[in-house]
Design a protein around this ligand. Structure first.
Ligand SMILES: Cc1ncc(COP(=O)(O)O)c(C=O)c1O
Length: 318
């Protein structure tokens, strides 16, 4: 076993901080933040847990090569590229959209870490699991393991159920996290103690399909759905990566009160959904709530300008 494998197998130390927020305190609700964003500088947030067992399985196989999929600012692609580079696993990424004249900072990093990038049209991307297409990639790169978009493959539940071992999960009434593919939430559901409720906030518009996807991930992992979880289908703020003035204001308020930065695609939306519930009196006084910071701060590099604009708009409106 080499040093990197060893460090990866250690249980990471992740801080839990209490957020002193006026509206939560007025409603008698304690809000804590599980800072997965601090788990690793590159394999940040939920990616550490999503990738952990998939990487182990690939390292044990005959062909240490992974093919995965994502957009130009994908946190998953970024983390996978670094993890592959560090562990000697070849990585190939199918990127949605034609190659731009200048690569995003995310893809520049990925390329620096040795990831091969295959840009495809949006239409081809929609058919990314098409066997003829995958065969053409095998002809070019050799055989590979496929890690689905977002890293939510067969190992995601095993990895993400470990998230709740990093805190005293039984101390909380409600745990909240953002959902893209639902893999992280499926892991939380699998690992949750009885009596704890879990709220997922899909960041895509029309996230109802995630109910089935999450049940499928649980069943593939051989876990009986214990219930006690639900999705907030109103928390998407208009769609994936859409930033509203309300979202920008809420994130800024969180930062001013806690000193912890959120990003607007995932954890910012999960926090805003919680804040709206608290303001609407939907959480019982005395509730103890844990918000999971799922990382993704590298993606902020592509959004700073829009975020500042929305923050100014929010301030003008309020
Ligand atoms: C920073 C961040 N948080 C949350 C999520 C959502 O995770 P999942 O796809 O497992 O629902 C993602 C996407 O993978 C992400 O990049």
């Amino acid at each position: 076993m080499n040093v990197n494998e060893l460090s990866y197998s250690l249980r990471p130390e992740v801080p839990v901080v209490t957020a002193e927020l006026v509206d939560f305190q007025a409603a008698g609700i304690r809000l804590d933040l599980l800072r997965l964003d601090s788990v690793h500088p590159m394999i940040s947030g939920n990616k550490w847990f999503k990738l952990k067992y998939a990487l182990e399985a690939v390292l044990r196989s005959d062909f240490p090569r992974i093919l995965s999929f994502g957009g130009a600012w994908s946190n998953h692609i970024h983390a996978l590229a670094f993890a592959g580079w560090e562990r000697g696993i070849e990585t190939v990424a199918v990127i949605r959209g034609e190659r731009p004249s200048r690569l995003s900072d995310t893809l520049l990093d990925a390329q620096r870490w040795g990831m091969s990038l295959e840009f495809v049209s949006r239409e081809q991307y929609r058919n990314k699991y098409d066997e003829v297409f995958l065969q053409s990639l095998r002809a070019r790169y050799g055989d590979f393991h496929i890690l689905p978009e977002g890293g939510s493959g067969e190992w995601v539940v095993a990895g993400c159920r470990e998230i709740l071992t990093l805190c005293d999960a039984a101390d909380y009434d409600l745990i909240c996290c953002a959902c893209g593919t639902g893999g992280t939430l499926a892991g939380l559901v699998a690992g949750k103690p009885e009596g704890l409720s879990i709220l997922g906030v899909p960041v895509l518009k029309g996230g109802e399909f995630l109910y089935q996807d999450i049940r499928n991930l649980l069943s593939q992992a051989g876990v009986d759905d214990p219930g006690g979880w639900q999705l907030d289908l109103e928390g998407h703020e208009g769609g994936y990566a859409k930033i509203t003035p309300a979202l920008a204001l809420s994130m800024r308020g969180f930062f001013e009160a806690t000193g912890v930065e959120l990003e607007p695609v995932y954890t910012g939306k999960a926090f805003l959904a919680l804040q709206r519930r608290v303001r609407a009196g939907k959480l019982a006084r005395g509730s103890r709530v844990l918000l999971i910071h799922t990382g993704g701060m590298q993606g902020l590099r592509g959004m700073q300008e829009t975020l500042s604009k929305r923050l100014s708009q929010g301030r003008e409106n309020s």
